[in-house]
Design a protein around this ligand. Structure first.
Ligand code: NAD
Length: 515
């Protein structure tokens, strides 16, 4: 069903103004700055498609300056004891708790998420702050016995330097905090290039961190923010002062960024696209599977990296489950996320809508049958906003288009009869982020966990909706990075092995004789 109530242009501006001002930034000052700047970025909301105005963007020079200041800040910050660094992150978490709704408003405004999902995203920021504060007292190194008498070996961890963060539009603030909360307790400074689509959310999240740093006496420059499109991201990619580049976005972006960082022997942490599958077996609780599938496939309008895109269902139950999914899709309320009861908001922009249409056409050309959805709605009310009915497409097999990630709500359905073949189908795509099995059979669940090649492999729960504390990330073209898990902090530090000799002699390792 479609909810037709769309906010007025003034209501959208109000959302931006009130959300930002509560977080400590001023929309009118940003817009005034944009009117004068030589390089600008367009601020826009997918809810109505309206342009809010222009904001000043960074240039190559200003980006280099910000990275330089972050490097200076790092030199001071690395000497602050880790638990004291944790106090800044603790304060950021408190401010995020206080301003959860304000920041969530900006996420709704720019990413089109429902208030509940936007608040969930900010909650994830609060959760990672809590994890990081505890972690600040647990930057453990191991000690080990030496093969030489009177010697000791230990591994120690040290601050790394400037951490560059490039993030995607669909988690405009959470991914930033996953990296930043840990980087800060590890003694690093950060410079963030958020998605050009979600600049205001970034300004809000960053303003709260600036306040926490100022209140706790941290160095200025510790949290740099670069506003702009991908060319500004490239400043982080190529600058040798950026020791670690953590980049979240499409596989295309990772293919460009990864080799360039490697070229200068920098470190990169890549969190790229997914193409996630769920297998539903005959022993599954069908109603539970139904809810898991519908949230994972249609929630966030299909714009999560962990969105369920492929359903692999046993042929004995395929008819029943698919009928139920199509019926459930018919009850989803589509429209402005600011309207009461809406569950499916807009696609981010026209390009995303066009890509969805092209994929649906390709799927049909490859033998697919659209069972429901795919149609644009609300075009009359908002010509520049792109709302669509989530689609379910029955496919004859895992054709070429099914191997692609289309960042929109399309669920491809395929049938299986042999469970091991279903797992092979799950694995037979280039991406490797998330997967799920719905089953009551313990041996099926364990076989799936052992063989699914994704970074996240769930049982009786959908592919999306991860929790802080479990390592998040994927394999193959998803890039191999892991964030916010039990040992994720190690990515933000450099490890050293130290051999300490208290013997007064100088025996060489492996019994080597010299001088
Ligand atoms: P995108 O790749 O278009 O952009 C992501 C970010 O990279 C933006 O900030 C963009 O400006 C920047 N960028 C792009 N090319 C660049 C380059 N050559 N050099 C430097 N910076 C560059 O992605 P998007 O449309 O914003 O987000 C959707 C994609 O992100 C999907 O593929 C989704 O699966 C993926 N994603 C992955 C995760 C994860 O954790 N694995 C999380 C969220 C989103």
């Amino acid at each position: 069903s479609t909810t037709t109530a769309l906010p007025t242009e003034d209501a959208i501006i109000d959302l931006a103004r009130s959300g930002l001002s509560a977080c400590g930034a001023d929309l009118d000052a940003l817009l005034a700055g944009g009117a004068e700047a030589s390089s600008t970025i367009t601020l826009r909301s997918p809810i109505t498609g309206q342009v809010l105005g222009q904001m000043a963007a960074d240039t190559a020079e200003s980006a280099a300056d910000t990275i330089g200041k972050a490097h200076e800040a790092f030199l001071a910050w690395r000497d602050v004891p880790a638990p004291v660094r944790g106090m800044v992150v603790q304060r950021w978490g408190q401010l995020l708790t206080e301003h959860k709704e304000d920041l969530a408003k900006l996420v709704t405004l720019e990413a089109g998420k429902t208030p509940s999902e936007a608040a969930g995203e900010v909650q994830e920021m609060i959760d990672i702050c809590e994890l990081a504060v505890g972690q600040s007292r647990q930057l453990f190194g191991k000690t080990l016995p030496s093969e030489r008498p009177g010697h000791r070996l230990m591994e120690t961890w040290h601050p790394l330097g400037v951490v560059g963060i490039i993030s995607a539009f669909n988690f405009p603030v959470a991914v930033y905090s996953w990296n930043t909360a840990l980087a800060l307790i590890c003694g690093d400074s950060v410079v963030w290039k958020p998605s050009e689509v979600s600049t205001l959310s970034a300004v809000g999240a960053n303003a709260l961190l600036t306040r926490a740093i100022e209140e706790k006496g941290g160095p200025a420059g510790l949290n740099g923010l670069l506003v702009g499109e991908r060319a500004i991201g490239e400043a982080l990619v190529d600058d040798p002062r950026v020791e670690l580049l953590s980049a979240t976005g499409s596989v295309r972006m990772g293919r460009e960024v990864g080799p360039r960082v490697a070229q200068r022997f920098g470190r990169s942490l890549l969190e790229l696209g997914g193409n996630n599958a769920a297998i539903v077996t005959p022993s599954a609780d069908i109603d539970l599977a139904l809810r898991g599938v519908v949230f994972a496939a249609a929630g966030t309008a299909g714009q999560r990296c962990t969105t369920l895109r492929r359903l692999i269902v046993h042929s004995d139950i395929a008819g029943e489950l698919v009928d139920k999914i199509v019926a459930a899709y018919g009850t989803l309320s589509i429209g402005s996320p600011t309207a009461e009861g809406v569950l499916v908001g807009p696609l981010v922009n026209q390009a995303s809508y066009e890509k969805m249409q092209a994929s649906l056409e390709a799927a049909q050309a490859q033998g697919g049958e659209v069972l429901c959805g795919g149609t644009r709605v609300l075009a009359d009310a908002a010509a520049d906003a792109y709302y669509v009915e989530p689609a379910v497409v029955r496919m004859p097999g895992q054709t070429e288009i099914v191997e692609d990630e289309t960042f929109a709500p399309i669920l491809y359905v395929m049938e299986y009869t042999d469970f091991d073949a279903a797992i092979e189908l799950n694995n037979a795509v280039p991406q490797g982020l998330s997967s799920a099995v719905f089953t009551s059979d313990l041996s099926e669940a364990e076989r799936f966990i052992a063989r699914s090649d994704t970074g996240i492999a769930n049982v009786n729960i959908g592919t999306s909706g991860a929790e802080i504390g479990g390592a998040f990330g994927g394999n193959k073209e998803t890039g191999g990075g892991r964030e916010s898990g039990t040992d994720s902090w190690q990515a933000y530090m450099r490890q050293a092995t130290n051999t300490v000799n208290y013997s007064g002699e100088l025996p060489l390792a492996q019994g080597v004789e010299f001088l």
